[in-house]
Design a protein around this ligand. Structure first.
Ligand SMILES: Cc1cc2nc3c(=O)[nH]c(=O)nc-3n(C[C@H](O)[C@H](O)[C@H](O)COP(=O)(O)OP(=O)(O)OC[C@H]3O[C@@H](n4cnc5c(N)ncnc54)[C@H](O)[C@@H]3O)c2cc1C
Ligand code: SF4
Length: 493
């Protein structure tokens, strides 16, 4: 089936078809100060494309895990394009996310769009209810189109934000938050920049959303709009990752994870036109905080993805210990138990949040916000501790190993095989490969996904503490304590 290079009507089923669908889009992508001719063929970009491709291939291999019957059409669609009809749908998302983390060892990029659709589904319904607007029907039509083609949709919430203490309209430069510059009978024009956009170049469409609570003076910033990734007026500036140029050296050892990586880029919008059919909020500023809170509610428990990646790290740490001949030592076993306990704690809170989902007015299910925030708050810390333990078990060679070129060197190769041996029956190259994987996940390019994204993605730690604080029901809990302690405050109450 001909895909990409302009055939926008084709349906994408396999990872290979997805990769082909990205070709020939003439995107304006900058990397190292130069325009990238074809991102698909760039050795530094390709591993991130492979990670998204795995979301398609998993759906073919395990349809129960990664596909579901669409509530809009009754057809089977990729789970990343489905709005949750039950708590079980949300649980199934989490199980798929863990599996994809296990399969790729990185961020597979497709969840931001999924969580954007789920949150927008209820928010557009409630905006329409108040303002008699047509957003919900437009969103459903757009989602149906995405399902039909099985497209990847990126979610662009985070603005560059300038002075963090100021609202959008208070900034010296009005472009520090994405906003509408012009409207006519056909649509709107957008200007501004979105930062840290996961998988944006690997997507077919992007949905831009406001990043924070907005007031009446920020009306032009209260915009939700979808546009194709190759829309005129967009420039992408590729985000560097630690050790990323190792992908351009050839070889498969030093990269640690040769096949998969994540992707972030800055998205600059210079008067990007969006027709009304793809506008899902325009000016209803009082709904911006509801959208941000619902989006982050979904997205913060989506971070169970990190437990799939954590499974890989636990496996790598255990393998490194085995390769060193110390796997039977009690402290090693205990440290692996500790890693597993941390990993399952994150998973437990995320999946519990999904299990406790409740329907919104629109019918879409929304997971439990307190537990989602607790999950994400764990995720801001626990992968760092897991990375520390993995490096402990790995030994110093995780950061001092020689390059693949030395391992292959006619003279040095044999010497390294001899001197870098752990257990006699484990080839030195196997030992080094595992150490490079640990390096990749804790200091290399996939540490972006495993560590920094865990910290800041879906909101920095303080954002979760604020949400937890809002919902901790202290008056209710003090009442429980007073009742059991026999403190009578009935006068005041
Ligand atoms: C790898 C990665 C992937 C991401 N993917 C996406 C994506 O796909 N889509 C998307 O929309 N976003 C994405 N994000 C963005 C993410 O949501 C933001 O990084 C996060 O919200 C923090 O914003 P920031 O990076 O601008 O940091 P800042 O806002 O600069 O925060 C830095 C510190 O300042 C504190 N701070 C910020 N504002 C205030 C304030 N007003 N008062 C007091 N303290 C403050 C924060 O708590 C934090 O400690 C991604 C981020 C990363 C790192
Ligand atoms: S960080 Fe996790 S939840 Fe977010 S897009 Fe990547 S894999 Fe999905």
């Amino acid at each position: 089936m001909p895909l990409g290079n302009g055939d926008k009507n084709a349906r994408i089923d396999s990872g290979d078809q997805y990769i082909e669908s990205l070709r020939g889009r003439n995107l304006r992508v900058f990397l190292f100060g130069e325009l990238v001719e074809e991102p698909v063929d760039h050795p530094m970009i390709r591993p991130s494309i492979n990670a998204v491709a795995e979301t398609y291939d998993l759906a073919l291999r395990e349809p129960e895990t990664a596909t579901v019957e669409s509530s809009l059409t009754g057809k089977r669609v990729n789970r990343f394009l489905h709005v949750a009809q039950s708590a079980q749908d949300l649980v199934a998302q989490n199980m798929m996310q863990r599996k994809l983390g296990q399969n790729t060892g990185t961020c597979f990029q497709r969840c931001v769009g999924m969580d954007a659709f789920n949150s927008l589904y209820s928010v557009t319904y409630e905006i329409d209810e108040k303002h008699d607007t047509p957003y919900h029907a437009r969103l459903k039509a757009f989602l149906e189109e995405m399902q039909e083609h099985n497209y990847v949709v990126g979610g662009a919430m985070t603005d560059v934000k300038g002075d963090r203490s100021k609202a959008p309209h208070e900034q010296d430069d009005p472009d520090l938050f994405v906003h509408v510059t012009k409207r006519n009978q056909d649509g709107v024009w957008l200007k501004g920049a979105k930062a840290h956009q996961t998988g944006c170049i690997n997507s077919h469409w992007i949905i831009a959303m406001p990043t924070m609570r907005l007031g009446p003076a920020d009306e032009n910033y209260a915009i939700v709009a979808a546009f194709p990734v190759d829309a005129p007026g967009i420039t992408y500036i590729y985000g560097r990752q630690s050790c990323d140029t190792r992908s351009m050296e050839g070889g498969s050892i030093d990269v640690g994870n040769a096949k998969f990586s994540g992707q972030e880029a800055m998205v600059l919008l210079d008067e990007v036109f969006v027709p009304w059919s793809h506008v899902f909020m325009d000016g209803e500023h009082e709904f911006a905080s509801m959208l941000v809170e619902r989006f982050t509610c979904y997205h913060r428990r989506s971070y169970v993805c990190k437990t799939g990646v954590g499974d890989v790290l636990i496996g790598a740490a255990a393998q490194a210990a085995e390769d060193n001949g110390v796997d039977k030592a009690s402290h090693i076993k205990d440290k692996l138990v500790q890693m597993t306990h941390l990993n399952e704690t994150m998973y437990a809170t995320g999946i519990a949040s999904s299990h406790q989902a409740r329907p919104t007015k629109s019918g879409v299910y929304l997971n439990d916000d307190m537990l989602a925030n607790v999950c994400k708050h764990h995720v801001t810390k626990m992968p760092f501790e897991m990375g520390r333990i993995a490096q402990d078990l790995a030994g110093g060679l995780v950061s001092t190993a020689p390059s693949e070129k030395e391992l292959r060197h006619p003279e040095l190769g044999a010497l390294l095989e001899k001197y870098l041996k752990g257990r006699a029956d484990v080839p030195t190259e196997s030992r080094i490969r595992i150490l490079r994987l640990i390096e990749n996940m804790t200091m290399g390019r996939n540490a972006v996904g495993y560590l920094t994204e865990s910290l800041h993605g879906a909101g920095s730690p303080q954002a979760q503490r604020v949400q937890i604080g809002r919902q901790m029901s202290l008056d209710f809990k003090k009442g429980l304590a007073r009742r059991l302690a026999g403190v009578d405050r009935s006068d005041e109450e």
